[in-house]
Design a protein around this ligand. Structure first.
Ligand code: SF4
Length: 266
């Protein structure tokens, strides 16, 4: 089974209340009517230029993943695991072959009996990882940049807020499809993770590689490992073999984004 799943048929209505909340624009704001007009005028342009696409990709757990997610934890945990499990050099070598990066990009069934089984038995945190990349394409943010550059800050902020709301809403549809996909591959979602609080920004490189959309969608990473286009969302999910668990949703109670305007929306 191919280890990637693409979703491109998004039909989302930008939520005006959410957009206005992001802009701190309310009915008693002096610019309220002006923002209402700008919002209605911009909507057709926005829908004509937004290019929503999402991909889900997954791979079995491996020592390589542990190292890339958290090098310090890897060293300590691996020593502890090796001592407890009494791993031999040969066993480690076998695991290393299974976990080789050559696995990236080819079909992998997380439910199959692979070297990942040994890692799970040895106390690996997940049966595998699933990666979600969602993007709106380059045109909306390019237009927003043009607006800011010419001093049209209202239009620029409006476009940014519309894009953020759209991107956020995309996850509702993705979540439905993800639930079905998890059923098909015999996996559940144990944990939702995002950079930088849950894993290093550098892990975005692996996500982009495994998802395989760099040239397909003209996506890249900055020197700080931020995605371009900027209106891109990246989520990593820890997989479990318990298909009844589905903890894919935002968990605002543990999120450090204290100023996130979406807190009320989830
Ligand atoms: S505060 Fe909630 S909605 Fe905002 S990013 Fe964090 S988890 Fe997501």
């Amino acid at each position: 089974m191919e280890n990637k799943y693409f979703i491109e048929d998004f039909h989302i209505d930008v939520n005006r209340d959410t957009v206005f909340n992001m802009l701190d624009c309310f009915e008693d704001s002096p610019v309220y009517e002006e923002v209402c007009d700008a919002f209605e005028e911009r909507k057709p342009w926005f829908y004509a230029h937004v290019r929503p696409r999402a991909v889900l990709a997954w791979e079995p757990w491996s020592k390589t993943l542990r190292q890339e997610l958290d090098a310090d934890a890897d060293t300590a945990a691996d020593r502890k695991e090796a001592a407890a499990a009494g791993r031999t050099e040969a066993a480690d070598a076998t695991a290393g072959q299974t976990e080789d990066d050559a696995a990236v990009g080819r079909a992998v069934d997380c439910g199959a009996e692979t070297g990942a089984e040994a890692d799970v038995a040895a106390g690996a945190p997940f049966a595998g990882l699933m990666y979600l990349l969602m993007t709106l394409g380059p045109e909306v943010e390019a237009e927003s940049g043009r607006c800011f550059a010419t001093g049209d800050y209202l239009e620029g902020m409006l476009l940014d807020a519309m894009a953020d709301d759209y991107l956020f809403q995309m996850e509702d549809k993705v979540s439905e499809e993800m639930r079905l996909l998890c059923g098909r591959i015999g996996m559940g979602i144990q944990k939702r993770m995002e950079a930088p609080q849950d894993f290093p920004m550098a892990f975005h490189r692996r996500v982009l590689q495994v998802c395989g959309v760099a040239s397909l969608w003209d996506m890249s990473l900055s020197s700080g490992d931020m995605f371009a286009p900027v209106k891109t969302s990246c989520v990593v999910f820890g997989l479990t073999k318990d298909v009844h668990i589905f903890r894919a949703q935002h968990d605002c109670s543990h999120c450090p984004a204290v100023n996130c305007k979406m807190r009320a929306a989830v």
